[in-house]
Design a protein around this ligand. Sequence first.
Ligand code: GLA
Length: 748
Amino acid sequence: MQCCTVISALHLRIAALVLALSSCFTVNVSAQTSPATIQFDSTTGVFRIDAADSTYVFGINEVQGLQNLYWGGHLAASDHFAAAHSMPELSSFELPITVTPQEYVGWGGGLYVDPDLKITFPDGNRDLALKYVSNRIDGDTLSIVMKDISRDVYVTLNYQADGETGILRHSATIENRTGVPFTVEQIAAGTWNLPRGTDYRLRYLTGRWAGEWNVQERHIEPGKTVLESRRGTTGAQNNPWFAIDREGAGDQDQGEVWFGALGWSGSWQISVEQDQLQQVRVTGGPNAFDFAYLLKPHEKLTTPDFYGGYSSHGIGGASRLMHRYEIDSVLPRHPKPKLRPVVYNSWEATGFDVNEAGQMALAEKAASIGVERFVMDDGWFGERRNDHSGLGDWYVNQQKFPHGLKPLIDKVHSLGMDFGLWVEPEMVNPNSDLYHKHPDWVLNFPGRPRTEGRNQLVLNLARPDVRAYVYGFLDNLLTENNIAFLKWDYNRNWSEPGWPAAAPDSEKNVYVDFTNNFYSILVELRQKHPNVEIESCSGGGSRVDLGVMRYTDEVWPSDNTDAYDRLFIQNGFTYAYSPGVMAAWVTDSPTWVNSRSLSLEYRFLSSMQGALGVGANLNKWTREDLDQARTMVAAYKSIRETVQRGSLYRLIAPENNSEQSVTETVSRDGKQAVTFAFLHSSRELYPFPLVQLRGLEENATYTLSMIAGNVDDGTPVTASGSYWMHHGLGLKLRGDFQALAFTLTQTK
Ligand code: GLA
């Protein structure tokens, strides 16, 4: 969300394009491949967006409100819609405004479902009635202006349609032209309305530290389910993503799915609401709890983007569309973001105990197995001996690195790797020079306790001086050192979210300003240091969303690196996010998480389903371990493009107590398919289930090649796509914690 400042270059481009063109016409865009089409019928007042396999329709109704008419599979060009009409008043208890599928509605006039916008004006008036004013269409972008019936509150709705995936990006900009400040108390990016029905199932993601990305399902009942974070940032307890399908009508690769995600790294909410007349609507935006934003005259407030998509190929199809969209349209450097390098990270090996000699020794071993990026984690700065001190003091620790970082960085470069560094910019330990100098810089309510988490407090990034400090030290670090990568961590949530230096009526602006400053620092750093890559980490996966993904190249899904637990974590993660951004390290066995012992091969295969890294103490690895690692890293490099960019199929999801997990990824050009299979424990002589592949070309010929493990005797080396998909193949997996992987490569 931005106030007055437009922080994204993409937004700037869109804004410029929107201004350039006039309304009421049809345009085709991206003519080479799959154009998105936006039409406005001025006779009926109906807007229609066609993109990829979906059609989205809404219209201006008789009270000048915007009302959804259709969202689903692609309709014929000849299909026409009559003008929108509100639902009739069925009783005095069900007023039309509440039961009509509103596209964007202000609070007032008897609205009992979640409003998109609620404002308190200085005279105490809290009624807001938004009416259609005008529209502009510019290629794949539609903007619609609405205005309150009497006050100069303007709302511009923005829609952008992606011709490749059909995903719509929706946001709203509120402008105060009333001449006096008013307080925005609730604001949504928009509402997605589903076809009326009662047979819907909601999927969503829950979690906690070291246990992120659990896939949950629930029947959508009358009433409301709220997915949310009140924590100041995204959180792992819910992730801002949802998918809705029809109960029993399909699953992984079949059936209709409506899905979406909110691009906001602050407190957020997505409410899924089935009203009294069985209308299901999904409203998303910043969390309304404790929310307020004082909008002064002439200021604008832009919401985060709320993305929505439709798939007729099941939940697997929905995930594939999300992955494609993230890579092609969201990540920095889209549509061609760089492939993830193989990383080494020091955290699990050396903890806070980092020093020049120790890191150099690890770097040598890492380079010897094919690692491309060496990342030094926590412990290199200030008086950082443990997690009790040093956060905030971003100077190199002289005892650990007497000559600064340069000798280590030079060594890493001489080994053919680039260098990355851990930072946690928004945090401070009370035991630090920074806190002693600026105790007022933390979020707090004066005179009240300042609750610590991991012995640290949260700096108030909404303050201009804190923002300047954080940007300044990061800019210096990147200017003075040859650093290719920052792991940007954030290891707690907010507790007392006070901003005492702000005027009381704008203190709660902290919810918006903190997050916007976080984004703007990332934007500015990337502009000044265009070759630097950044990872979003928050004690694992607590800050993963489409907002931060616009400015970060990868994310850390979990501190839990147990390769078996990771199957579940990675499975849930990929419902919403691409394996191409999912960092996954091979660490030591037995794992610190479960004291579970797993073979090195198993650990590699588990991590090779994402962006492979190594986080083990390589000093303890035997020569055989290092040789095996070298082989696996080389194998990964030969499949990396497929894994990071391809189409993922969950052949057997590790859900519902499944003993197995099988994923298959088909490269974008269709020439390579990579399959990973894992067995928890075999029982009672049952063989591993037959594996039937998906997404291959029926008539093409594919050659089988093992990365690890064996398939059943008698399996052909070369066969048609039909054979691999319909006949399938048997896998030799027996015992406990077994794994294998193979590729199929198109030969004709
Ligand atoms: C968080 C991260 C870890 C590691 C530690 C360092 O927990 O998720 O990967 O960087 O901080 O303190």
